[in-house]
Design a protein around this ligand. Structure first.
Ligand SMILES: C[S@@+](CC[C@H](N)C(=O)[O-])C[C@H]1O[C@@H](n2cnc3c(N)ncnc32)[C@H](O)[C@@H]1O
Ligand code: SF4
Length: 406
């Protein structure tokens, strides 16, 4: 009898361990090219054919490398069903619809595709790119996310954007007429922006939105032109209190308009959350292809963190030689998995399931630590047992995560 119980227990532990994923599987395709480099941006983006990149860029040849990388990952994870595909950048709307279609066809030839698959492409609102929207739809894209950044011309100029407000508005309207699902991004808490300016701009944006909007506070990233300007005091950023006020105002206006936050920077009407975002923040599995792309894959119950070579031409050569452009392929320890689950999941308004934390990390969250943070009003426990960060906790999220992970 004892032996039977032990076997049952072992079976249930095995079942749990093989369930390290959350059941969702996605593909992230990074297209690293942009028309020019925006002064605030530290994403892996390069201007093609620029002197710093050296060799000339040929889209068709690059697409061959994307397809080769997909085949590499399909050998490692052959029997998955794809829930989400995300073309991010850089500027994927510089891709021809044929290139997007070729990558999607390769994915469909290697894996099963879920009938409700979400296929998103990030687009810049320049007219040349908007002209490709119908082609993307024909290729299989069913959701578009547009980098509007501001609904005011002056800040757009200051952000170094290559489009006007009217181009951005027209891109959003055209996207909404072609795609059933769309979103756009704005950057706020910008230098010289007042709360009152933002209130008016955000309300305008919410009137334009069609179910989903991403709102990012401007961050100053090392290695960007804004970093130097900020260091030299030529850009003055809002102080901590004002940033917190911007954040609170954003949540208030979005909630009033029916766009509650489901993640720190992402707001959606019911049924319009981005599957790609959920998969990522709920710590699911995804293949990352293209220069600089990251991935998280579970192989034989071990989660691997992958990262690709960032320089496009070097990545391309490596894929040609080896079938992949990986420069990192690390086994994560259970502890690291637990830390990542907290780091990602606590950004979500739904929070994290402490039982899943236990399953991944092999340890429990400290009840004393949780009580402490509850005392400060930074976290709360929901009826379903999930632990979530409160609005006031979000302004000190890094500290909350560090506390819980300790
Ligand atoms: C991959 S990026 C850019 C996508 C697209 N190339 C564009 O520029 O519209 C995705 C989003 O991150 C946001 N972003 C990039 N750098 C940022 C920064 N330093 N601070 C805040 N938001 C940033 C922008 O809103 C941008 O739309
Ligand atoms: S913000 Fe977008 S367009 Fe500008 S450099 Fe970064 S990825 Fe490219």
């Amino acid at each position: 009898m004892l032996g039977l119980l032990q076997n049952l227990l072992r079976l249930s532990v095995n079942k749990q361990i093989s369930n390290r994923s959350n059941g969702l599987f996605g593909i992230y395709v990074h297209w690293p090219f942009c028309v020019h480099k925006c002064p605030y941006c530290d994403f892996n983006s390069h201007v093609p054919n620029s002197r710093s990149l050296g060799a000339a860029f040929d889209e068709r040849e690059f697409v061959q490398s994307y397809k080769a990388e997909l085949r590499h990952f399909a050998k490692l994870k052959p029997n998955e069903t794809i829930n989400s595909i995300f073309f991010g950048g850089g500027t994927p709307s510089l891709m021809s619809p044929q290139a997007v279609g070729a990558i999607l066809d390769e994915i469909a030839s290697l894996w099963s595709i879920d009938e409700n698959v979400e296929i998103t492409l990030e687009a810049n609102p320049n007219s040349a790119e908007v002209a490709r929207f119908k082609g993307y739809k024909a290729a299989g894209v069913n959701r578009i996310s547009i980098g509007v950044q501001s609904l005011r011309d002056e800040p757009l100029k200051a952000l170094g954007r290559a489009h006007s407000v009217s181009e951005a508005k027209s891109a959003v309207a055209i996207a909404q007429s072609i795609f059933e699902r769309s979103s756009f991004d704005l950057i706020y808490a910008r230098p010289e922006q007042s709360l009152e300016d933002w209130r008016v701009e955000l309300n305008e944006a919410l009137d334009m939105a069609a179910g989903h909007i991403s709102l990012y506070q401007l961050t100053i990233e090392q290695g960007t032109r804004f970093f130097d300007l900020h260091r030299d005091k030529k850009i003055i950023m809002p102080n901590t209190d004002l940033s917190a006020d911007f954040y609170a105002l954003t949540n208030e206006l979005c909630s009033e308009a029916g766009y509650p936050a489901y993640e720190i920077s992402n707001h959606a009407m019911r049924g319009e959350k981005s599957l790609h975002n959920l998969l990522y923040w709920r710590y699911g599995e995804y293949v990352g292809i293209g220069p600089g792309a990251h991935g998280r894959l579970i192989i034989d119950d071990v989660r691997f963190a992958t990262a690709n070579e960032k320089i496009p031409q070097v990545w391309h050569k490596n894929v040609y030689a080896n079938g992949h452009g990986l420069v990192t392929n690390d086994k994560l320890t259970w502890e690291e998995e637990g830390d990542e689950l907290l780091l990602m999941g606590l950004r979500l308004s739904e929070g994290i399931d402490p039982k899943r934390f236990e399953l991944l990390s092999g340890r429990s969250l400290s009840p004393e630590q949780i009580e402490d943070l509850k005392g400060y009003g930074f976290v709360e426990q929901l009826k379903n047992g999930f632990l979530r960060v409160t609005d006031s906790g979000f302004s000190v999220l890094d500290a909350v995560v560090a506390d819980l992970a300790a």
